[in-house]
Design a protein around this ligand. Structure first.
Ligand code: HEM
Length: 520
């Protein structure tokens, strides 16, 4: 008995000893791991979990966290439990990834699997032949004069609708959420999109798929259908019901228009064009493919411009001298255009809404595709907004084979490399000591707009996958903002916080609350 108790107590001592040794080893391991990084730059890591903790803690301000990292290092490595994310901000590295070695950096399997539930196999989420085919069809459409003329008309109509809402708001001295206002403008995609429920579901789905990049448990949640993944399922159901309904309705309209000999009444938007293409079996366009086309273009076309317009208004509210410069450019433009067209400008009175609206309508008629090209300061102010608040704040690419970046950074196959337009736009080594200032003048030389390398100003991406809708986006934004900046002044609602939320698009977390006054 005595012997037994002796052996069990010595076993306990032994176990305690082993445990203590283990604990000491782990503590020393962690200590040495952290100690070795004391002089290193960039995110600090922990054994096994890498920098996941730091990244998670900074998730809601991730683009600014990266700004801090990039001000120390042009290339930032963030080791995660099963992979490493490499973030780049040096134009030479960006050119290598987006152009020189393009074929090595597709969207990739990981991105595809995270995004598939929302974007399917649409242009944003495909590689290889599938991507090339969609790019070809869409490029052809974007180049057509027909679509350009149609878009100019539609953009003018929407800008007028928005102005009439703002006019009412200015009369009743109410506050509005401008981000919501812009979101309702859908442009040329489909005039029956979006509905509020759809917009909510779409935003929710976007937020949740973005979260997957840093949530190692998302596959478990998906399997069990719990938490964010259960909400994602519900959102996708709303999105799909709505989108398939739009497709079926539009197909029926097209058929009816043809049957009654009224083909000229078929809408000339991208959706109708893809429906037309789907009638040829060779194109292999099922309803599911049309659904993917719609959702990819909603993300591409609606959210990007709506977001940029919101940040633009925020910038001019917080920089009133720039709003004044825009106003004088537009007043001069208005005078010049009325002389060219030989139509005298209509007199109006700010208190008489009828005359105010008539003058606004007259002004909008002077805005044509060609004449908008002359508004250099407006063009510069939009571009400056995109430099600091790019609608796509970061854009990850997969890595097919091991590679070395021009700065010597080694990339391992299977990882991810991300260029970060938001941070790139704020780096002094890219833009000079006033990089953080909102200064449209930096884009002008002798009053004319000057382009810079797309590998430095990356808001529209660069290389073979450069944004297809860039010109169309400028057309829509200039049409809308020319009218808004000429006829209205905006005042930021007191104490309303403005910050971004984490999703693929840099939208404002709490919208943009403001009040409006009419301008003479
Ligand atoms: C301010 C407005 C816009 C910005 C900042 C912007 C930015 C971008 C960026 C960064 C990409 C690359 C995304 C990626 O590969 O992950 C992209 C791609 C694309 N954009 Fe835009 N975009 C804008 C407006 C538009 C509009 C209005 C349209 C069309 C209606 C459009 C159509 C596309 C398409 C189709 C692609 C995919 C190109 C491809 O993968 O080959 N964009 N855009």
């Amino acid at each position: 008995m005595e012997e037994e108790s002796f052996s069990s107590s010595s076993l306990n001592d032994y176990n305690i000893g082993v445990m203590m040794l283990l604990a000491c080893s782990i503590i020393s391991w962690i200590f040495i791991h952290r100690w070795n990084q004391r002089n290193s730059k960039g995110p600090k890591t922990w054994p096994i979990v890498g920098a996941a903790i730091e990244q998670l803690m900074n998730y809601n301000r991730m683009h600014d966290w990266l700004v801090e990292c990039f001000s120390e290092l042009k290339t930032v490595k963030v080791p995660m439990p099963f992979t490493t994310y490499t973030y780049i901000a040096d134009p030479a590295n960006v050119e290598h990834v987006l152009k020189t070695n393009f074929s090595n950096y597709p969207k990739g399997e990981v991105y595809h699997s995270y995004m598939e539930v929302l974007l399917g196999d649409g242009i944003f989420n495909s590689d290889g032949e599938l991507w090339r085919k969609q790019r070809k069809t869409a490029s052809f459409e974007f180049a057509s004069k027909n679509l350009r003329d149609f878009s100019t008309r539609v953009f003018r109509e929407y800008a007028m609708k928005l102005s009439s809402i703002l006019c009412q708001v200015s009369v009743h001295k109410k506050e509005v959420d401008m981000q919501v206002g812009f979101g309702v403008e859908i442009g040329t995609l489909a005039s029956d999109l979006p509905e509020n429920r759809f917009a909510w579901a779409f935003d929710t789905a976007n937020i949740i798929v973005t979260l997957r990049f840093i949530d190692p448990l998302w596959r478990v949640k998906r399997f069990l259908s719990i938490g964010s993944e259960a909400l994602l399922d519900r959102s996708i159901k709303i999105i799909d019901d709505f989108t398939y309904n739009v497709i079926h309705k539009r197909k029926a309209e097209v058929e009816e228009a043809r049957a009654t000999g009224k083909s000229d009444q078929i809408k000339h938007d991208i959706l109708s064009r893809f429906i037309e293409l789907s009638e040829n079996p060779e194109n292999n366009l099922s309803d599911k493919s049309l659904r993917d086309v719609i959702l990819n273009f909603v993300i591409a076309g609606r959210d990007t411009t709506a977001t940029t317009l919101s940040w633009f208004i925020y910038m001019i509210m917080t920089h009133p001298h720039i709003a004044d410069r825009l106003y004088s450019e537009l007043k001069t433009f208005e005078e010049d255009r009325s002389k060219e067209e030989e139509v005298p400008l209509l007199p109006y009175d700010l208190e008489d809404l009828k005359s105010f609206n008539k003058r606004l309508t007259q002004f909008s008629g002077l805005l044509t595709y060609d004449s908008l090209g002359r508004l250099s300061y407006l063009h510069a102010a939009i571009t400056e907004t995109l430099r600091l608040y790019p609608a796509v704040p970061q854009d990850p690419k997969g890595i097919l084979k091991d590679d070395v970046l021009p700065d010597g950074t080694k990339l391992k196959a299977g990882g991810m490399v991300t260029y970060v337009p938001y941070s790139m736009g704020r780096m002094e080594y890219n833009w000079g000591p006033d990089a953080a200032c909102f200064k449209p003048e930096r884009w002008l030389k002798n009053g004319l707009f000057q382009n810079v390398s797309p590998f430095k100003f990356t808001a529209f991406q660069a290389g073979p996958r450069i944004c297809l809708g860039k010109d169309s986006a400028y057309l829509q934004m200039k049409m809308t903002l020319a009218i808004l900046c000429r006829f209205f002044e905006f005042q930021h609602a007191p104490k309303h916080p403005v910050k971004y939320r984490m999703m693929t698009i840099l939208s404002m977390a709490h919208g943009l609350k403001l009040s409006v006054t009419r301008r003479s």
